[in-house]
Design a protein around this ligand. Structure first.
Ligand code: TIH
Ligand code: FE2
Length: 325
């Protein structure tokens, strides 16, 4: 990430970090393809599998070449990859009726009908992109690898979701510490088709534009405890809406048990909470509804240390900067 927090010197605010002003500016974001040691650390199941590592490099190339407006290249997934998907797909969908929020259960049949979701087929990003365009206007961009929190959140301001395209190593389908196509397609995609959730996600994105490093880290934490690991209460019962829960049958079960701590979703507290990234979460925050959570995040963002406000122009897919002093 670029600059430090904005500093006031002789009354002049400067050092506002660069941010994308129009949707095609997202082509300028740097995507890291991490090499072993960074992404595939030695305890990763793919670390010693040279074939797996080459495969990931090959798929990452699609993200590296991608420019705004391109069609997303289709991946010819192997038999082994499709089988791994099928095992997880069946297990997860069998748990959704009981543990997933109602929005996910409403959208799943549409994904089967429109995007080829099935146990025998790994859905393609381009088909999902077209479906989301028709439902909430969300877009998918294939990502070569990890983006910084700032870049990733900035994408959400434009209703753009950066998605990985490779699949987890088949030896450990239950849980993986990094995003993969199962996590994106089972975890994130259903909710990006929900209008309230789409707005909620964009709200976090807009708050991240030109934010200080400190606020970016707070927003990334808010994102973590909602979009990734959020639970909510529906008809008096705890349900999962976080993608990290919906894509991991190990953690989905864990989050619905009485093992973890559950606290109410309050942005002021949530944004300062620390969390582990390679194991099940010991604590989840429970939202009342996406609509309410969106209002809460909006109010929180209004008090951020940022010398301007932004407004999204959906006709031009660009950001208007307001009252910049
Ligand atoms: N742990 C999730 C899974 O096994 O599907 C993946 C991730 C969630 C959040 C970051 S990576
Ligand atoms: Fe995710």
């Amino acid at each position: 990430t670029k600059a430090a927090e904005s500093i006031t010197f002789l009354g002049v605010k400067d050092e506002i970090p660069w941010f994308p002003g129009k949707i095609s500016d997202l082509d300028k974001l740097k995507q890291e393809i991490l090499e072993a040691g960074a992404d595939l650390s030695s305890d990763h199941p793919g670390f010693n599998d040279q074939e797996y590592r080459n495969r990931r490099k090959q798929i990452a190339q699609i993200g590296l070449n991608y420019k705004h407006g391109d069609k997303i290249e289709r991946v010819k997934y192997t038999k082994e990859e499709t089988m791994a998907w099928g095992v997880i797909f069946n297990k997860l969908t069998s748990m959704y009726s009981k543990h997933a929020c109602k929005e996910v259960n409403y959208v799943m049949p549409m994904l089967k009908n429109n995007c080829g979701y099935s146990e025998n087929h790994i859905p393609q990003l381009q088909d999902i992109h077209e479906f989301l365009q028709d439902t909430t206007g969300f877009r998918i961009r294939p990502a070569a690898g990890l983006l910084t929190s700032r870049d990733f959140l900035n994408g959400l301001a434009f209703r753009v979701f950066h998605s990985t395209q490779y699949i987890r190593h088949h030896s450990q389908p239950l849980y993986t510490p990094e995003p993969d196509v199962v996590h994106e397609l089972m975890g994130h995609v259903p909710l990006f088709a929900d209008p309230d959730f789409a707005e909620f996600s964009q709200e976090i994105g807009l708050a991240s534009l030109g934010a200080s490093d400190r606020d970016i880290s707070r927003l990334a934490t808010l994102y973590w405890f909602t979009v990734e690991f959020g639970v909510c209460r529906q008809d008096g019962v705890r349900k999962a809406y976080g993608a990290g829960l919906l894509s991991s049958f190990g953690e989905l079960e864990h989050s619905m048990s009485d093992v973890p701590d559950i606290k109410p979703f309050e942005p002021d507290k949530v944004c300062e909470q620390t969390y582990p990234i390679t194991s099940f979460q010991p604590l989840y925050f429970e939202a009342e509804s996406f609509e309410r959570a969106k209002e809460q995040v909006k109010n929180w963002a209004a008090h951020m240390d940022r010398p301007f406000a932004v407004r999204y122009n959906p006709y031009t897919n660009s950001v208007e900067v307001l009252n910049h002093s």
